[in-house]
Design a protein around this ligand. Structure first.
Ligand code: 2PG
Ligand code: MG
Length: 424
């Protein structure tokens, strides 16, 4: 007989208290952490923060003023402790949708700018963890239940393919590379094998960089990838190709984050000015020479035409992925589908602000047969929520930076445990 896990504890669990505080993220900048107490224990969650932020993202509330150069989050903390907390106390944490909708209503804005997405999201995440505990379920199984709308009986859950950012550029690094992320995407069957391959490739690349450019080349950027003193994508890709010599089946993904090189209404990169057509040819050349499987944000966030053209031209060969283009926002996802502007979505909970809306965004994108990449942010914490999220919603990929640095490995190491659990 199948044990109905949903009958176990959910009737009794209640949110008893909630406390938020200001902590620092991996860039050393303030962010919000929440501790939520229920009958089942204390559930902690913290939120990340981007550097290349899309115009259509939900807004973080920052304090302004002198402290932390204006980046303090005590207003967001206060909003949790004084406004959200009292309203959700006593509620059953398994009522994710109801609690998220209540917070959306309390905020009342389209972009969560009143209470702050950085106030709403950590509560939403902690509630989700508490909800899972109230059902005696691992978080990924619980998320899968929310996603499917049915109990996790006979689940075939998979760990997504990881994308490791091993060379950093753009706003994430102090070098001259315009493309923000050079990711390797190993193609082994098991996540643990992919992680091992990535670690070996990363260590191999470190040696190659040191031999080519000396010690300064092995300094790392915000996401743990190396930030060598190079300025052309082809140089980065040649170096990665050397590191992939013994890993021939490994693919490459690029996050161009092209909004960052859209300056004065022109694409300006690698010391040249590109037209839309010119930029498309630049990408075409790269995908001819290297085993690229996806291009994220190859054009600027409002350049629908650029996205449409590249999707039309290249999506039979690679996946065109929208990040800043979509901002995990259903309105933008629908528009992109209508315009045939991409075939994959980066999903970042803090771009939209609640777990319920994040899951809805995934559902919508999947209904269009798009590929899903769950993503961290460049300023992150050791919170590993996105790992469970990625497995729970059946994402195709997850990106969480290099196979190095604590806040990046928190996610990958959590996936190791999930894979062990799934296998057993
Ligand atoms: C991205 C992200 C994460 P940031 O552009 O995809 O890698 O960067 O968090 O700085 O927006
Ligand atoms: Mg991106």
């Amino acid at each position: 007989m199948v044990k109905n896990l949903f009958m176990v504890k959910s009737l009794n669990s209640k949110i008893k208290s909630i406390k938020a505080r200001e902590i620092l993220n991996s860039r050393g900048e303030p962010t919000v952490e929440v501790e939520l107490k229920t009958d089942d224990g204390i559930f902690v969650a913290s939120v990340p923060s981007g550097a290349s932020i899309g115009e259509n993202e939900a807004k973080e509330l920052r304090d302004g003023g002198k402290k932390y150069f204006g980046k303090g989050v005590l207003k967001a903390v206060g909003n949790i402790n004084k406004i959200i907390g009292p309203r959700i106390k006593g509620k059953n944490p398994a009522k994710q949708k109801e609690i998220d909708e209540l917070m959306i209503k309390l905020d009342g804005t389209k972009d969560k700018s009143k209470l702050g997405a950085n106030a709403i999201l950590p509560v939403s995440m902690a509630v989700c963890r508490a909800g899972a505990a109230s059902k005696d379920l691992s978080l990924y199984k619980y998320i899968s239940q929310i996603y499917r709308g049915s109990p996790p009986v006979n689940l075939t859950l998979m760990v997504p393919t990881p994308c490791f950012n091993i060379i950093n550029g753009g706003t994430h690094a102090g070098n001259k590379l315009d493309i923000q992320e050079f990711m390797i995407v190993p193609q082994k069957k098991l996540f643990s094998e992919n992680l091992r391959a990535a670690s070996e490739i990363y260590q191999g690349l470190k040696k190659i960089l040191k031999n080519n450019f000396g010690e300064q080349a092995i300094n790392v950027g915000d996401e743990g990838g190396f930030a060598p003193p190079i300025s052309h994508a082809s140089e980065a890709l040649n170096l990665i190709s050397q590191a992939l010599k013994n890993y021939p089946d490994t693919k490459i993904g690029l996050d161009c984050a092209a909004s960052q090189y859209w300056k004065d209404k022109k694409y300006q990169l690698e010391g040249a000015v590109f037209t839309k057509e010119g930029l498309l040819i630049f990408y075409e050349d790269l995908i001819k020479k290297y085993p690229i499987i996806f291009l994220e944000d190859p054009f600027s966030e409002n350049d629908w035409q650029g996205f449409q053209e590249i999707t039309k031209k290249l999506s039979n060969k690679i996946i065109i992925v929208g990040d800043d283009l979509l901002c995990t926002n259903p309105r933008r996802i629908k528009e992109a589908e209508k315009k045939n502007a991409c075939r994959g979505a980066i999903i970042k909970p803090n771009q939209i602000g609640t777990i319920t809306e994040t899951i809805e965004a995934v559902k919508l994108a999947k209904s269009f047969n798009w590929k899903i990449i769950i993503s961290h942010r460049s300023g992150d914490t050791c919170d590993d929520f996105i790992s469970d999220l990625a497995v729970g919603v059946g994402a195709d990929f997850i990106k969480s930076g290099a196979p190095a640095r604590g806040e990046r490995l928190a996610k990958y190491n959590r996936l190791l445990k999930i894979e062990e659990e799934i296998k057993s």
